[in-house]
Design a protein around this ligand. Structure first.
Ligand code: AMP
Ligand code: ZN
Length: 138
């Protein structure tokens, strides 16, 4: 997706209105238009990157430092019991808008929004094989 067609770039440049909760030179945070809980917030870097690993490390650390501050404000403002921070990367992972963003989702005990995911155990030896595949990509 080009920057020209990117919904979040249009939001960052003010072409699409949103309900902002925080803005500085690095990030914009606004309320998700399709929330899964009250206060569901999106944090987007102002610069366009599609996925987490596309983002320059220096900029990512700047985004990360704001993410904690924004999550704290969302949690305090919503008086929730907890929150999830989600970052969907790629269509297979549920990413609909191809501009890096973090969801901050206020949670309350028993809200039933997410159940535990379907965890399983590795077959004998597989955990080491998989770790080796990943390690060699650094
Ligand atoms: P994702 O599936 O991680 O790509 O999530 C994209 C999110 O962006 C969805 O939760 C949408 O509801 C949200 N979204 C899309 N367009 C807008 C918009 N104009 N204003 C606020 N949130 C939006
Ligand atoms: Zn964009």
């Amino acid at each position: 997706m080009s920057v020209k067609d990117c919904v979040f770039c249009k939001i960052v440049t003010g072409q699409i209105p949103v309900t902002k909760v925080f803005e500085d030179d690095v990030v914009l945070a606004f309320l998700d238009i399709g929330p899964i809980s009250d206060g569901h917030t999106l944090v987007v870097p102002k610069q366009h990157f599609e996925k987490l690993h596309d983002c320059d490390a220096g900029l990512l650390s700047q985004v990360g430092s704001r993410l904690g501050k924004i999550a704290g404000a969302v949690a305090a403002g919503m008086s929730c019991d907890g929150y999830n921070v989600l970052c969907n990367n790629g269509r297979a992972a549920g990413q609909l808008v191809e501009h890096l963003h973090f969801h901050i989702i206020p949670r309350n005990l028993g809200d039933g929004i997410f159940e535990r995911w379907p965890a399983y155990k590795y077959k004998q030896g597989l955990i080491e094989t998989i770790a080796a595949k990943i390690r060699k990509k650094f």
